[in-house]
Design a protein around this ligand. Structure first.
Ligand SMILES: Nc1ncnc2c1ncn2[C@@H]1O[C@H](COP(=O)(O)OP(=O)(O)OP(=O)(O)O)[C@@H](O)[C@H]1O
Length: 379
C-alpha cells in the first residue's frame, strides 16, 4: 500500500515533465520559425525594417534593401492613392519592388499594426500581391510589395487616352477569373478569413502575364484612410460600396462580393462606376446596367473597345455581375460560387456553338446610349 503514493508521485512527475518538454519544444520551434521568416534590422533613422523570407528575398540583405528604400525620390513615384504614395524600387537590373509609403507613422499605432502586417506577409497566392516586408518609423511606414509590371486594371480601362491600352475579351475574362480567385482565397481559405473592404479596379493589379493580383487587402482595416481623400468613405470607395454599408457601416464578405460585381461591370462596359455622364443624369453604372439587362439588351452596354466577343459568354458574365449586385446581401453568391460560375461559362462554351458579336459594327448604338440615354428613356 505504501507504494501507491510513490507511484502517484512518479506518474505526476512524468506528466509534468512530458508537458514541460512539449511546451519548450513548441516555443523553440516557434522561435526558430520566426527567425527563419523574418530578418529584423534597425535603421539609421530610428525605424525598424522587417523582411519576410521568401525565395525572391533570399539573396537580399535587409541592409541593402533599406539603403535603397531610403534613397527613393519623387522620380521613382509610380502612383498615389488615399493611403499614400507608391514608388518603384530597383534593386538591380532584374529585381524590382513597389514601395508604398503610408502617410502616417508608427508613433500613433499600437502593436496590433505590426501583427496585422506580419499576418499579411504570410499570405501567398498567385492572385494576390505579395507583401515582402515593411519599415516602420515614427512619422511614416513603408510597405514593400511585388512590383506589378502592367499597373492597375483601372488605368487599362479608364486611364488617359495615351495610357489606355486595348484589353480584348479573353484578357478581361482572365482578369475577372483571377481577381475572383484571389478574393475567394481571402474569404474562404485564409484563417482567419479576410474581408478586403476596398475591392475596386485600382486595387486589381496586373503582372507581366496580365494575370490579376488583388492588392491592398488589409489596408482598410489597418489604417483609417487620409481624411483628405474624397473618394474614400470610412473604409471602401464610393461607387463600389454595397448599399447596406451606408446603413450598418459594417464591412462584410458579401460587401466585397458587391464591389467585385461593380468591377465586373467595368470590365464589361468600360465605364467608371461613378462616370460623370451618369452623375449628370442622376444615375450610376449599376442602375443603368440593371435597366439594360432587364430589357435583355446587354449588347447595348458592352464596351465598344472590346472588338469581337462571344455574346453568350458576355451575357453570362453580365448575369453573374447582377447576382453579385443584388440589393439583399443574402441573395448574393459567395466568392467561391462566383468563381465557379465564371469558370463554368468557359466550360459551357465547349458544348454548343454560341453566337459571336462584333461590337465594332454596333458602335453607333453604344455611342448613342452613352451620350443620350443614360438615366432617361434607355431606348
Ligand atoms: N504593387 C504595385 N505594383 C505596381 N504598381 C502599383 C503597385 N501598387 C500600387 N501601384 C500603382 O500605384 C497606384 C496607387 O496605388 P494605391 O494603392 O496607393 O492607391 P489606389 O488603389 O489607386 O487608391 P486608394 O488609395 O484610394 O485605394 C495604383 O493605381 C497602381 O497604378
Amino acid at each position: 500500500m505504501a507504494y501507491v503514493p510513490v507511484l502517484v508521485y512518479y506518474i505526476t512527475l512524468g506528466c509534468v515533465a512530458f508537458v514541460t518538454t512539449k511546451i519548450a519544444l513548441i516555443v523553440f520551434l516557434y522561435r526558430r520559425w520566426q527567425r527563419k521568416n523574418q530578418v529584423f534590422q534597425e535603421s539609421m533613422s530610428g525605424g525598424k525594417m522587417v523582411m519576410f523570407r521568401s525565395q525572391m528575398m533570399q539573396y537580399l540583405t535587409a541592409d541593402v534593401f533599406l539603403k535603397k528604400t531610403l534613397r527613393l525620390t519623387n522620380k521613382d513615384i509610380i502612383g498615389s492613392g488615399g493611403y499614400g504614395t507608391v514608388y518603384r524600387l530597383n534593386i538591380d537590373d532584374t529585381t524590382f519592388f513597389a514601395v508604398k509609403k503610408l502617410n502616417r507613422g508608427s508613433a500613433d499605432r499600437d502593436r496590433g499594426f505590426e501583427r496585422e502586417l506580419k499576418a499579411m506577409g504570410d499570405i501567398k497566392h498567385r492572385n494576390i500581391v505579395t507583401l515582402h516586408g515593411y519599415y516602420t518609423a515614427p512619422h511614416y511606414n513603408l510597405l514593400i510589395y511585388d512590383l506589378m509590371r502592367n499597373g492597375s486594371l483601372d488605368t487599362w480601362l479608364h486611364g488617359r487616352w495615351n495610357d489606355r491600352k486595348h484589353l480584348d475579351w479573353g484578357s478581361r475574362y482572365k482578369i475577372a477569373v483571377g481577381a475572383a480567385r484571389g478574393i475567394s482565397y481571402l474569404h474562404h481559405d485564409c484563417i482567419p478569413h479576410i474581408i478586403h473592404r476596398d475591392i475596386k479596379s485600382s486595387n486589381i493589379l496586373l503582372d507581366r502575364n496580365m494575370e490579376a493580383r488583388v492588392s491592398d487587402f488589409g489596408l482598410a482595416t489597418l489604417m483609417e484612410p487620409d481624411k483628405t481623400h474624397v473618394s474614400t468613405f470610412v473604409a471602401g470607395t464610393f461607387g463600389y460600396l454595397a448599399p447596406e454599408y451606408f446603413d450598418t457601416g459594417r464591412a462584410t464578405a458579401k460587401g466585397d462580393v458587391y464591389s467585385y460585381g461593380v468591377v465586373l461591370l467595368e470590365l464589361l462596359t468600360g465605364k467608371r462606376p461613378m462616370d460623370e455622364a451618369f452623375l449628370e443624369e442622376g444615375t450610376k453604372l449599376v442602375t443603368w446596367v440593371k435597366a439594360v439587362v432587364n430589357k435583355e439588351r446587354e449588347e447595348y452596354a458592352i464596351d465598344s473597345g472590346l472588338g469581337c466577343c462571344p455574346l453568350a459568354e458576355v451575357k453570362g458574365v453580365f448575369c453573374i455581375a447582377l447576382k453579385c449586385l443584388e440589393s439583399d446581401p443574402s441573395n448574393r453568391p459567395t466568392m467561391a460560387e462566383v468563381l465557379k460560375m465564371l469558370e463554368q461559362i468557359k466550360l459551357d462554351k465547349l458544348l454548343p456553338d454560341s453566337p459571336d458579336i462584333d461590337t465594332k459594327t454596333s458602335d453607333h448604338l453604344l455611342i448613342n446610349i452613352a451620350s443620350t440615354a443614360i438615366g432617361h428613356e434607355l431606348y
